[in-house]
Design a binder for this molecule. Structure first.
Ligand code: NAI
Ligand code: MG
Length: 336
């Protein structure tokens, strides 16, 4: 990839809850670092969208805009629990075939609870229990999930591409002693990709439970973890916790044709509307987006200014500081 100097257009989905607050903060710093070279194309999705559009939480226009512009960045969207509409995130990943969720957990210097680790979770994005048929018969529920070899191979290929640019240790995380058939199928998919493209990598196989314990004790031993959808969802919240919490954990959902960037965290209804949310995760997601688009210099500049702000003690409450979202954003802008 080379450094670009032209303009790009990006589909902008603010989401709901703290989405508006962190999105506004992200746009201010990205517009500064990009000298206003991004055309933001507003699009709707989520709970507020459903309320305004007769229950439709993901309009076709939003999907069409992403198909047209190829890249989107999204604030969190609320998903009703135990009923209601299907998660907008899950639908976006499935409709656009965003088969790999890439979630780095990188040490944030200065944060007392941030371990010195540098891990990337690569999570399968469209299959498993997120593509599940649930049938209730009286007091019993049958949940039938869907796993495919071709599907998981796409995610493993993405993980292999990432691991080659890093420390070259790749760990497959499943639960093959209990979930035997799909465990074997996904392991086959993994081994086939490694045989084709993984020469020179250090390969490990771990069960999700054993890995959870080892991660807590020795996070520095891990590099790239590749896993299925539900395990990856849980694991990436856990790795977020290792480096300072959900407020600092970015993510990308990558497909062959499109990419969507979003923080790992949700809409945080407990703090929404109070102007105190930490925009770090979405800003780091935007840095991943700039890198994906070839704006390497701008991505580096943005990340450095953000990390310097935190290291020098200008922080939001979840990071142990006293600044609100706007004050924290001003502090980053001063360093850009
Ligand atoms: P959550 O991530 O919204 O919140 C968990 C805890 O972390 C809360 O105490 C919250 O205040 C805190 N937190 C999260 N992000 C923060 C930030 N940027 N700054 C400061 N504190 C932050 O998870 P929860 O409560 O389970 O989910 C709330 C809603 O979000 C649900 O409807 C869920 O389905 C949805 N969700 C959406 C996601 C997305 O759009 N990508 C991802 C995860 C959840
Ligand atoms: Mg999650």
């Amino acid at each position: 990839m080379t450094d670009r100097t032209d303009r790009i257009s990006v589909v902008a989905i603010e989401g709901d809850g703290i989405g508006h607050e962190v999105f506004r903060a992200m746009r201010r710093v990205v517009d500064r670092v990009m000298s206003n070279r991004i055309d933001w194309i507003p699009a709707l999705a989520g709970l507020e969208c459903a309320e305004a559009n007769g229950g439709n939480s993901l309009p076709d226009e939003t999907l069409d805009l992403i198909r047209l512009h190829k890249v989107a960045i999204k604030g969190p969207t609320t998903t009703p629990s135990g009923g209601g509409f299907k998660s907008v995130n899950v639908r976006l990943r499935q409709e656009l075939e965003l088969h790999s969720c890439v979630r780095p957990a990188i040490h944030i210097p200065g944060l007392p609870k941030s371990h010195p680790c540098d891990i990337v979770v690569v999570r399968e994005g469209v299959e498993g229990y997120y593509d599940c048929v649930e049938v209730r018969e009286g007091d019993v529920v049958h949940a039938t999930a869907h796993f495919s070899k071709a599907g998981f191979k796409r995610t493993v290929r993405q993980a292999v591409r990432i691991v080659f640019s890093r420390r070259k240790k790749l760990t497959l995380v499943l639960k093959t002693n209990i979930l035997k058939m799909w465990g074997a199928l996904y392991t086959e998919a993994f081994n086939e990709v490694i045989a084709e493209e993984g020469t020179g990598l250090e390969i490990n196989y771990l069960h999700i439970d054993a890995l959870s314990m080892m991660l807590e004790m020795h996070p520095e031993r891990f590099d790239v973890l590749v896993t299925e959808n539900l395990f990856g969802d849980i694991l990436s919240d856990m790795t977020a916790g290792l480096v300072g919490g959900l407020g600092v954990a970015p993510g990308a959902c990558i497909g062959d044709a499109y990419a969507m960037f979003e923080a790992v965290h949700g809409s945080a209804p407990d703090i929404a509307g109070r102007g105190i949310a930490n925009p770090t995760a979405l800003i780091l997601s935007a840095a991943m987006m700039l890198e994906y688009d070839g704006f390497l210099h701008e991505a580096k500049h943005l990340r450095e200014a953000l990390l310097q702000t935190i290291a020098e003690g200008d922080r939001t409450g979840d990071m142990g500081g006293t600044l609100n979202t706007e004050q924290f954003t001003d502090a980053i802008l001063r360093r850009l």
